[in-house]
Design a protein around this ligand. Structure first.
Ligand SMILES: Cc1cc2nc3c(=O)[nH]c(=O)nc-3n(C[C@H](O)[C@H](O)[C@H](O)COP(=O)(O)O)c2cc1C
Length: 412
């Protein structure tokens, strides 16, 4: 592996000599970049001797920059490790600053970045540092939490850089995990390539009269995320969408509908020949028995307005009953007893799988960009940690691809 090792200005900088040695000893290539702060603590010559490469420490280096050296260095690396990472450098990374070579490299790369913060305990627990670290984590930086213990300043607390051996092992494990994930992605892609999938998304709207309607809070984000993930994995995607304000890539065949009846009609037209049907739409259970052609006048309703509702077709159950049906995955949006109700639905509607999510006050399910779901089949369940709906889209398709499509499951 090609490791770009960033050293910043902290007492723990000397420990990174050992880290360099561990990487080199195990056959990895190391190029060291030092901040000017780091050079106040330790000589570049030591890193040069251990890494076998000249140490880079200046952004404005006429010799190196003739060929845009900082961009080349960013491209060269498979992994960036910053150890120790000072409070100052963490703050600069969080802000996206680029006033030295190391921070510029970090901006100019898509490679994984691991940071090992090391500082006085109060610097570490300071809200500013903690907020910087949280933001960096959200952006995908891997942050090694510092250890507790006696510090160089004489204080005791959290802020010590983990030992070089621990950082080394962490780097290796992270690399292994990435390779595993890349392989998994290839497998999932191979599975979905040219499969055809029908997805419904969003709410349906049931008109009362030309100006009023009964709707629900579904945003369509989960169904659209699934459709986009499936399309990126190489599947042929047909998306039947209720009224939502979301755009979709032109490679997805999209059919926009309004009511449950229209959605049912579109599903009837498109389900045949599909490998999978995912019903992510929140289809209205009821519609108004008799839609008024004209606006209902308030004055004519002295006693209030009584609406008579009739049941809509249960679209997902209908698909599950068809001969040569696709593999049918439903959604269960529940406010309480989520798993219990979802299992009951899976069985009653004879679905192959169901994705349960909590909705309502305080829950993520509807409207939010994030969600927390459980995939249930007759054989068991798989819980997914809270994640963005886009991430969950991939994770769910990965999990669905492992379920096997040729068997029709009947729940006991
Ligand atoms: C003796 C001494 C020790 C220091 N130790 C640390 C430290 O362990 N962690 C840290 O974040 N800052 C430490 N600092 C402060 C940083 O060196 C300073 O914030 C510097 O600007 C960091 O810049 P850099 O991240 O570009 O290297 C120390 C400063 C001095 C004078």
């Amino acid at each position: 592996m090609k490791i770009l090792l960033g050293i910043t200005g902290g007492i723990a900088a000397y420990k990174s000599l050992e880290l360099t040695r561990l990487f080199v000893k195990t056959g990895h290539q190391v190029q060291v970049v030092m901040t000017s702060g780091a050079k106040a603590f330790i000589q570049p010559l030591s890193f040069q001797a251990l890494s076998g490469n000249p140490v880079r420490d200046s952004l404005f280096d006429c010799h190196q920059e003739a060929g845009m050296g900082h961009i080349e260095l960013a491209r060269w690396a498979d992994q960036i490790v910053i150890a120790p990472a000072s409070a100052e450098t963490l703050a600069k990374l969080r802000m996206g600053r680029a006033d030295d070579l190391l921070t510029t490299l970090c901006l100019a790369t898509e490679k994984p970045i691991m940071v090992a913060p090391a500082m006085n305990r109060l610097m570490w627990s300071n809200k500013a540092t903690q907020e910087n670290v949280q933001i960096l984590k959200q952006r995908g930086f891997e942050v090694l939490d510092p250890e507790e213990g006696k510090q160089a300043c004489g204080e005791v607390g959290a802020g010590r850089m983990p030992e070089p051996q621990a950082i080394f092992e962490h780097t290796m494990n992270a690399q292994q995990q990435r390779q595993h994930l890349e392989q998994r992605l290839l497998d999932v892609r191979a599975f979905w390539q040219n499969r055809s999938i029908l997805i419904t998304a969003g709410p349906t709207i049931e008109d009362i009269d030309p100006v009023r309607f009964i709707g629900n809070r579904s945003s369509g984000k989960m169904g659209f995320a699934l459709a986009e993930a499936a399309q990126k994995l190489g599947a042929n995607v047909t998306l039947i969408a209720g009224p939502v304000q979301i755009s979709s890539p032109p490679t997805i065949k999209r059919i926009d509908v309004r009511s449950a009846d229209q959605m049912f009609h579109a599903v009837q037209q498109h389900y045949a020949g599909k490998d999978v049907f995912i019903s992510a739409a929140a289809v209205a259970d009821f519609k108004v028995a008799q839609k008024s052609v004209k606006k209902i006048k308030k004055q004519a309703q002295e006693e209030g307005l009584l609406l008579s509702l009739v049941k809509n077709v249960d679209i997902v159950a209908w698909v599950a009953e068809q001969e040569n049906k696709p593999f049918v995955v439903g959604f269960a949006a529940e406010t309480d007893h989520v798993l219990e109700y979802a299992k009951e639905k899976l069985k009653r509607k004879k679905l192959d799988a169901i994705i349960a999510n909590e909705v309502g006050e305080g829950a993520k399910g509807f409207e939010s960009n994030r969600n927390c779901v459980t995939l249930i089949t007759k054989d068991g369940l798989q819980a997914f940690e809270e994640a963005s709906k886009k991430q969950l889209g991939f994770q769910l398709l990965d999990a669905i691809s492992s379920l096997g499509f040729n068997k029709t499951s009947v729940c006991n």
